[in-house]
Design a protein around this ligand. Structure first.
Ligand SMILES: [Zn+2]
Ligand SMILES: [Zn+2]
Length: 332
């Protein structure tokens, strides 16, 4: 198994981002990302113009953010833009019908009167939705930017002031996990807004601030097959996300007796979850939404039955590392 790091949920000049695709790729390269997934609002034009695949040493995939006034949806693996004028159930189904998959974006976005942003929440059903965006860097910033002092503090000290994930989103995730496997992604929602001479949250800074780490079965072949590995890992939740602005998650490892995030393992007596907690963090092991163990050291928890098991690492109010679940299934 290899670990590929990258970022997703990026806007370019094809919608409301300030940088073109080449600028985004150059920033991804200097942040040492292996992959970057771009999701402009309601267009796949960059996919037609530039094309999926390796560009300047970075694996680039073009999805789309279906963007009606609420219920934004990150669709990947599609070649036709799902129509945002339909009800969410219909654009989710249209994504799946194309063999694609997708994530409910920033489901508890709060908006900000100061920034004149309405709340872009997910209000529709999660039926057919592959997974959720557990953390969105820009939404987490906007949540702190309700008034000017909070906005300025979050801009100046994001590692101290940008908190999250939202407790509501974590609770939602556990509710969905009780029903079915539900992978999460952590997205940067990069726009690199220009404010006069300033660029607010430039691409390179966000690429260094939040990354997904995906488990893939082989080294890159440097052809079109590599993007399929990234998409498979996202679709099945093989991986974890980390606020890399708080520090690289050195040494982080979560497994249930050899089963990694996204894997299934059958319950047997004595089955044990293990979390290697990176230094400086507080680790938590959870099963079916219940905390099994927590602490500032490596953790082990013997499981008492089936149910999804997941791991978190926090630094105060800042969620640092979130792993997708290992699915412990009932014995036959
Ligand atoms: Zn959005
Ligand atoms: Zn977006």
């Amino acid at each position: 198994v290899e670990v590929w790091n990258g970022a997703l949920h990026v806007h370019t000049t094809y919608s409301d981002g300030s940088g073109d695709v080449a600028t985004v790729v150059a920033a991804a390269k200097s942040a040492r990302l292996r992959f970057v997934l771009l999701t402009d609002h309601d267009t796949l034009a960059p996919r037609q113009d530039v094309g999926d695949g390796w560009h300047d040493g970075v694996l680039v995939g073009f999805g789309v953010e279906v963007s009606p006034p609420e219920n934004h949806f990150l669709a990947f693996g599609v070649s036709e833009v799902p129509d945002r004028r339909q009800p969410p159930e219909a654009y989710v189904a249209a994504t799946n019908a194309q063999g694609g998959f997708g994530f409910a974006a920033h489901p508890h976005d709060r908006g900000s009167p100061l920034l004149r942003l309405p709340p872009y929440r997910w209000t529709a059903s999660y039926d057919g939705v592959t997974g959720i965006e557990l953390f969105n860097y820009m939404s987490a910033f906007v949540a702190e930017a309700q008034r000017l002092p909070g906005a300025l503090a979050a801009l100046a000290w994001p590692t101290r002031r940008i908190a999250g994930p939202d407790p509501e989103t974590l609770a939602l995730w556990d509710r969905l996990l009780a029903l079915r496997p539900t992978p999460m992604v952590m997205g940067i929602d990069a726009h690199a807004y220009r404010l006069g001479p300033l660029t607010v949250f430039p691409y390179e800074r966000l690429f260094a601030a939040l990354q997904m780490f995906l488990y893939v079965p082989r080294p890159p072949a440097f052809d079109a097959s590599d993007l399929a590995l990234v998409y498979d890992a996202l679709r099945t939740g093989r991986g974890f996300g980390a606020r890399t602005d708080l520090g690289l998650p050195e040494g982080f490892h979560f497994e249930v007796d050899g089963a990694l995030p996204g894997d299934e393992i059958r319950w047997t007596p004595g089955l044990t979850a293990h979390l290697l907690t990176p230094p400086g963090g507080e680790g938590r092991l959870l099963q079916s939404g219940r905390v099994l163990a927590r602490g500032r050291k490596d953790l082990a928890a013997r499981l008492e039955g089936p149910g999804p098991v997941r791991a978190e690492v926090w630094r105060g109010r800042q969620g640092w590392v979130f792993a997708n679940p290992v699915y412990v299934t009932p014995p036959t």
